[in-house]
Design a protein around this ligand. Structure first.
Ligand code: ATP
Length: 354
């Protein structure tokens, strides 16, 4: 078991957390401000001593070890590069500290320079780098000594959307190539959706749930989780017609037809705002689960997401996008929405889940 955390507790911030993070997978930690996410990373990295619990890395118990003996890469929110060293020296420094031979230092540094495309930055000093470049260098510096796990605390913070996307792609590539567990703290659902294999939800110092993002979004019974993830669109079903396989064509009150996956006739359809695509032009592809509507209101969220309320028939549907064009859009403009088929939750009359 690559990274195993059992009943870990600190004097402050983290009261109970247990989970397993697998090799080659991203375990995302979500939760509101002050939930204990950073404290949990600090406990794993060794910057805070646990008062209880076990941390195991590849079978080795490490909770009693100082940070430098844990072989863990950590990119905290307030990371800093060595200001008097240039990029190349910043990459060599962790290797020198670990007494790697000069030849291997060069080899490892070269490997990460290529991986994160730092070739043109090697002579620059940290204050001469852009935010995105600094982050890539910090990531290379964290990974250059072959750590057994990577901890990332809100890695996308302070980056524009394009650089956030690029960084996330790089992190996913690293996940596949290094096959180590990655712990990824974020508040942002779009980001969590893009990177996560498993998600852990923290509230008030306790890791209260773990599972796929879908598990948390669709089956969470905990009110804290529901409040954090926001409120879904709930569509009442007026009639349902069975199609081939476990599929139904349903007529939703005030809106029209949707195709959903369900083994029994559903009575309600639930769609979360981030499970709806928005487009200003008619989207290509089949017409299924696609509607034309009018923009009612647009609101910017705290992490770059944009909430758009759309009138479709007699229904008001809330969708979320990161497309900044929507910030300029005028009320009552035409917009197209597509419900992501796999993410629609159909509630049959006989049970709570489908
Ligand atoms: P955010 O999303 O805002 O970064 P978080 O989930 O990472 O929050 P933590 O930073 O881990 O939360 O903080 C958890 C709790 O621990 C908070 O109540 C915080 O005030 C407390 N805390 C953090 N650091 C210390 C400290 N050094 N001493 C005492 N309490 C602390």
């Amino acid at each position: 078991m690559p990274l195993e955390v059992v009943e870990v507790k600190a004097r402050y911030g983290c009261h109970r957390a247990s989970f397993v993070a697998e090799d080659g997978k991203i375990f995302t930690i979500m939760g509101p401000n002050g939930a204990g996410k950073t404290t949990l990373l600090n406990l794993i990295a060794g910057f805070i001593k646990p008062t209880n619990g076990i941390v195991k890395l590849n079978g080795r118990q490490i909770e009693h070890l100082p940070p430098y003996k844990r072989n863990i890469a950590y990119l905290p929110q307030d990371y800093s590069l060595l200001p008097h060293y240039n990029v190349l020296e910043n990459l060599l420094f962790p290797l020198r500290c670990r007494k790697v031979t000069p030849e291997d230092q060069k080899k490892k540094a070269r490997e990460w320079i290529e991986r994160l495309k730092l070739e043109t930055l090697l002579d620059k000093y940290p204050h001469e780098l852009s935010g995105g470049e600094r982050k890539r260098v910090a990531l290379a510096q964290a990974l250059v000594y072959d750590p057994e796990v990577l901890l990332l605390d809100e890695p996308s913070s302070n980056l524009d959307l394009e650089h956030q996307k690029r960084l996330r792609l790089e992190i996913k590539r690293i996940k596949t190539e290094l096959s180590i567990p990655i712990l990824y703290v974020t508040h942002n659902l779009t980001e969590a959706e893009e990177v996560s294999d498993t998600v852990g939800f923290m509230f008030d110092g306790v890791l209260i749930a773990t599972g796929s993002l879908d598990d948390l979004l669709l089956n969470a019974s905990n009110e804290k989780i529901k409040a954090f993830f926001g409120h879904p669109n709930i569509l009442e079903v007026e009639s349902a017609r069975r199609l081939d396989g476990p599929l139904y064509e349903v007529v939703c009150k005030g809106m029209g037809k949707l195709i959903v996956s369900c083994s029994e006739p559903p009575t309600q359809i639930i769609a979360y705002p981030w499970d709806i695509y928005l487009s200003l032009i008619p989207p290509p592809g089949p017409n299924m689960n696609r509607f034309k509507g009018k923009v009612l209101s647009v609101e910017a969220g705290p992490s770059g997401e944009i909430f758009v309320s759309v009138e479709v028939g007699k229904q008001s549907i809330l969708a979320v996008t990161t497309n900044k064009t929507f910030l300029q859009i005028k009320p009552f403009s035409d917009v197209f929405i597509i419900f992501k088929f796999q993410r629609l939750r159909a509630i049959p009359s006989s049970s709570n889940h489908c």
